[in-house]
Design a binder for this molecule. Structure first.
Ligand code: SDX
Length: 431
């Protein structure tokens, strides 16, 4: 297998330029163009980064053609079937599955950091009652900088680790408080006797007036959803966190940027958009009309929950979630849930349509997740907040990986300039 690539410059002297190659543990070879501009005065051009590796990473591996997703080498199917979310969080953060003692210690640390500074509670009251919870998340997570910025030397590995623990621990508390603000109920404090997922459900749905016990299937479903959403290589929000962090910004500000990016309906906001789409379609008899809209180039409508930049076959997470959907609906809701039936029928019809097959558009992680969240009585506008909670460990793992790299430098892409050539200023009375 070659270890160098040649670039032929299409100009007078047909110069051959030898470029080094980075050889991955698995996945495509990468042509290293780091010195291309300095040596050849050339840029590469790749809007949307369709063919660009932005970094080396050891955290997650995806093979889009084969539908493979691995966290630190472990297949997502095995982690989904065997692991607990906190166990997977440890794996992503530290690179190895924890033994019993390491898991207990990590779980205790995360539990210890779940409370918010009491002054933070006032932030929620400042938002309009119907503020979208993602807007509250962006604001409150960014404001954590004001509480911990002074105790944070991002060049100190121990400070970085404590910040990572704080973020993983506090996201459910902030999310639940955002939800309580929306429904006009008092904030419920974390219960350190509960697991990560059971604690979140209690902080969301308990009230001071009566005892609350999360349904075991709801806890199991949330645990699975969080494992499947924990990390996904260099997706838009993770790349946003890395780029923000590359300027040495503090991790709380970086994660606020990541949450903002995740909110987009092309990314993590798709789960909420899927349920809104299924509600709009309403009935199996209207599916063909919406399939036609999705195929119509003049119509901005897209089939939400379908398609993926990397997966050109089934998103392995969608397959796992379809089965969990069935289980949750049988146990918690009406097993012939119209939304689920509609989603199954939509998937079946779309995947017989040449438009979707030719473009390799299959259901992605967001297609079924919202139906499960709904069955857990989580409202549509909280779906992407759930995604953000789960993805926090992925974001902080990538941030830690980048900040511990001695060669880390600020990310600063260039451009292909297509504006006006140089021209002189024209005085106002001559325009
Ligand atoms: C996530 O990156 C990640 O890893 C993200 C994620 C993670 O875990 O972090 O996996 C989570 O964000 C999943 C994706 C959720 N988004 C959606 O479900 C929104 C709907 N999907 C699309 O908008 C789209 O598929 C993207 C954004 C997901 C991918 O966009 P690409 O790779 O830029 O593909 P594209 O827009 O260039 O589309 C290629 C073709 C186009 O048609 P042509 O111009 O070739 O004729 O496919 C069409 C598109 O019009 N197309 C769709 C479509 N998605 C793509 N047509 C109808 N419905 C769709 N959903």
């Amino acid at each position: 297998m070659t270890d160098k690539y040649y670039l032929i410059q299409e100009d007078a002297h047909q110069e051959r330029v030898q470029l080094p190659v980075k050889r991955p543990v698995q996945g495509p070879l990468a042509v290293d163009v780091t010195k291309l501009y300095r040596n050849q005065g050339l840029f590469t051009y790749d809007p949307g980064f369709m063919s660009t590796a932005s970094c080396e990473s050891s955290i997650t591996y995806i093979d889009g053609e084969a539908g493979i997703l691995e966290y630190r080498g472990y297949p997502i199917e095995q982690l989904a079937a065997e692991a607990d979310y906190i166990e997977v969080a440890y794996l992503l953060l530290y690179g190895e599955l924890p033994n019993g003692e390491q898991l207990r210690e990590f779980d205790d640390i995360i539990t210890y950091h779940t409370m918010l500074n009491e002054n933070l509670k006032d932030f929620f009251g400042g938002f309009h009652y119907d503020a979208h919870p993602m807007a509250i998340m962006v604001g409150v997570v960014g404001s954590l900088s004001a509480f911990y910025h002074d105790s944070l030397d991002i060049n100190n590995p121990r400070h970085r680790e404590i910040s990572a623990h704080r973020l993983i621990a506090k996201m459910p508390t902030i999310a639940a408080a955002s939800y309580k603000h929306n429904v006009g109920e008092p904030i419920i404090y974390p219960d350190n006797d509960l697991s990560y997922c059971a604690n979140l459900l209690k902080m969301m749905f308990a009230t001071p007036c009566e005892p609350y016990q999360a349904h075991p299937i709801a806890v199991q479903a949330l645990n699975l959803l969080f494992i499947l959403h924990a990390d996904h290589e260099q997706n838009a929000s993770t790349s946003t966190v890395r780029l923000a962090g590359s300027s040495q910004a503090n991790p709380f500000a970086c994660l606020a940027a990541g949450i903002a990016s995740l909110w987009g309906p092309a990314h993590g906001g798709a789960n909420e958009a899927v349920l809104n789409m299924l509600t709009e379609i309403g009935d199996v008899s209207r599916i063909d009309r919406y399939i036609a809209k999705a195929k119509d180039k003049k119509d901005p409508f897209r089939l939400m929950g379908f398609g993926h930049r990397v997966y050109k076959h089934y998103d392995p997470r969608a397959n796992i979630l379809r089965e969990m959907c069935r289980t949750v609906l049988e146990e918690l809701a009406d097993s012939n849930n119209p939304m689920f039936e509609l989603a199954l029928r939509l998937e079946e019809i779309a995947l017989k349509d040449d438009y979707f097959l030719a473009r390799k558009l299959y259901p992605n992680v967001d297609f079924y997740s919202g139906i499960i969240y709904r069955a857990l009585h989580i409202p549509n506008n909280m779906f992407t907040v759930m995604f953000a909670i789960a993805r926090t460990v992925g974001w902080v793992s990538h941030w830690m990986e980048m900040m511990s790299d001695p060669l880390q430098r600020i990310g600063r892409p260039r451009q292909v300039y297509m504006g006006s050539p140089r021209r002189d200023f024209v005085p106002l009375d001559q325009r």
